[in-house]
Design a protein around this ligand. Structure first.
Ligand code: ADP
Ligand code: MG
Length: 255
């Protein structure tokens, strides 16, 4: 399926122009980046800088206006809608700010739901390892409403991991959590990278959350303006503060 020496994800010349009230909005402008396997990357930047658009186009949830995305050796442009759906199902996991769990299902049923919908047989050893890793072994028969926010996000992460995807995309996964439960979730993401060699790409606006990553990419106006290995929360905050003072970042001017 995929060659381990290939990067997990590569984007090249990625441009996404939306039409809003007949006016073009250039959300991403020629973005290029390579994400190696077994690495944890944080994507940061001001609101409206294109973070979610980058995540969604890289994950095959949205098609770019121009440019290419590769997941392993597969170029997404070449896939049909069915091919893209299968790729998202089998090779990609998603975690969103709102946990998006199904309230009527138990924790175990939520975790297994994507596999069930796909008609795929769960790999029991892997599922057990995932449940143990997220620390929900004693909660499997509970409904999501009986869990804390941090526990619910851990269920969502377990669900994202269930099909043993090549890469997990997270959009503000700690955005709805308090500091302590956010730390739990970030340690979990760090752990699945370090212990299971997963690749994680996470959008966050929180420099502390980003400091758990191996690398921080900062977007402004649809461009990558910084790409830093392990900068630490203080340096990240400094870079973001500089960005706030750039006129182009605050006006959102089209380029
Ligand atoms: P971020 O996640 O960094 O806040 P987004 O990627 O959501 O930024 O948005 C980037 C830009 O694209 C913003 O100007 C936003 O208003 C615009 N945008 C995003 N999605 C749409 C859409 N579906 N239709 C029109 N404009 C959009
Ligand atoms: Mg966003």
């Amino acid at each position: 399926m995929s060659n381990p020496s290939e990067p997990a994800v590569r984007v090249h010349g990625l441009t996404r122009v939306y039409q809003a009230d007949g006016e073009p909005v250039r959300a991403l402008s020629g973005v290029g980046a390579t994400f190696d396997r077994g690495t944890f990357t944080a994507i940061m930047g001001p609101s409206g800088s294109g973070k979610s658009t980058l995540l969604q186009t890289a994950a095959g949830l949205d098609r770019p206006t121009e440019g290419s995305v590769w997941i392993g050796g597969t170029e997404l442009n070449r896939l049909s809608e069915t091919g893209l759906t299968e790729l998202r199902r089998d090779r990609i996991g998603f975690v969103f700010q709102a946990f998006n769990l199904i309230g009527a299902l138990t924790v175990a049923e939520n975790i297994l739901l994507p596999l069930k919908l796909a008609g795929a047989r769960p790999d029991d050893a892997w599922i057990n390892a995932v449940v143990e890793r997220v620390g929900l072994g004693t909660r499997l028969t509970h409904r999501p409403s009986a869990l804390s926010g941090g526990q619910q996000q851990r269920v969502a992460i377990a669900r994202a991991l269930a099909a043993r995807p090549e890469v997990i995309f997270c959009d503000e996964p700690t955005g709805a959590l308090d500091t302590n439960t956010a730390a739990e979730v970030l340690l979990l993401l760090r752990g699945i990278v370090d212990e299971h060699g997963q690749t994680v790409i996470m959008v966050t606006h929180d420099p502390v959350a980003a400091s758990y990553a191996d690398r921080v990419i900062v977007l402004a106006d649809g461009h990558i303006v910084h790409d830093m290995p392990q900068p630490g929360a203080v340096r990240i905050a400094e870079h973001l503060a500089t960005l706030g003072r750039r006129p182009s970042a605050t006006t959102g001017a089209l380029r």
